[in-house]
Design a binder for this molecule. Structure first.
Ligand SMILES: Nc1ccn([C@@H]2O[C@H](COP(=O)(O)OP(=O)(O)OP(=O)(O)O)[C@@H](O)[C@H]2O)c(=O)n1
Ligand SMILES: C[C@](O)(CO)[C@H](O)COP(=O)(O)O
Length: 232
């Protein structure tokens, strides 16, 4: 099966509050985007990547790809107001049978994780990388009180990549648009149609760079991956 990837980098980085948008921030001497794209370059299952960026950032993204010599990024296109819009724009620009959707803001993803998502989706139709939740999670009543405690062993914290048959995911996106359904990840769009999405157990290190403290944490995780001594 031929796999393409949509990497969404068109967010605003509001919670990071930095002068530069998250994909262009430095992580261990390289941009967050360079780290993310490298994993897809190294994954032999992926033949093509569409990068979705904020308007006005296409040149900046192209410079990084040129400097790093990445060969799979066939297109850099502008995203939309919400993540869901950016993903849909990317899906429309690909032609592969299978698609992986990944956040540019998850630079610690590995080629092995991407490959595992492809294999699980080939077997089960769709898949998402996730890790078991470590904390006890509470549901609030919306008024500052606890309403319920879901059983922890059923809870997973979902990450990206998530893998799908591209046309099926596009159809799920169109249906959600028509019905005004918003989703914070793509698996949700299939779930709401009653389709099964397989969980691929990932790694706690595949964090999403969201707030300022995530950058030094990501640096430590990268150093650990490369076997470097971590100063305490
Ligand atoms: N309209 C959007 C919103 C988000 N994203 C991408 O979706 C991923 C996950 O989003 P998040 O981490 O929330 O990024 P931001 O939207 O940039 O952050 P914030 O919500 O703090 O503004 C990121 O790679 C981001 O670039 C996107 O492509 N288009
Ligand atoms: C898709 C995602 O990475 C799953 O954890 C996440 O939902 C996207 O991030 P956001 O902060 O909700 O935009």
């Amino acid at each position: 099966m031929e796999w393409g990837a949509v990497i969404v980098a068109a967010g605003r980085g509001t919670r990071m509050g930095a002068a530069d948008n998250k994909p262009y921030l430095k992580l261990a001497g390289r941009s967050v985007l360079a780290h993310t794209l490298e994993a897809f370059e190294l994954c032999s299952s992926v033949s093509r990547v569409v990068l979705v960026v904020s308007s006005g950032e296409q040149k900046k993204a192209a410079e990084i790809i040129g400097q790093e010599g990445y060969r799979k990024v066939g297109m850099i296109i502008p995203g939309g107001a919400e993540r869901q819009d950016s993903v849909y724009a990317g899906l429309s620009a690909l032609e592969t049978e299978g698609v992986l959707v990944h956040d540019a803001a998850r630079p610690l993803v590995t080629a092995a994780q991407i490959q595992a998502c492809c294999l699980a989706a080939e077997e089960h139709g769709a898949s998402a990388l996730a890790v078991p939740v470590k904390d006890t999670i509470k549901v609030s009543d919306g008024n500052g009180f606890i309403l319920a405690t879901p059983e922890r062993k059923t809870l997973w914290s979902v990450q990206t990549p998530q893998a799908f048959w591209r046309l099926e995911l596009m159809q799920a996106h169109r249906q959600a648009q028509e019905e005004g359904a918003a989703a914070t990840d793509d698996a949700m769009l299939l779930e709401r149609l009653g389709r099964k999405v397989a969980i691929v157990e990932g790694d706690y290190a595949n964090i999403k760079i969201t707030t300022p403290e995530d950058l030094p944490i990501a640096e430590l995780l990268l150093a650990r991956r490369h076997g470097e001594e971590i100063p305490l």
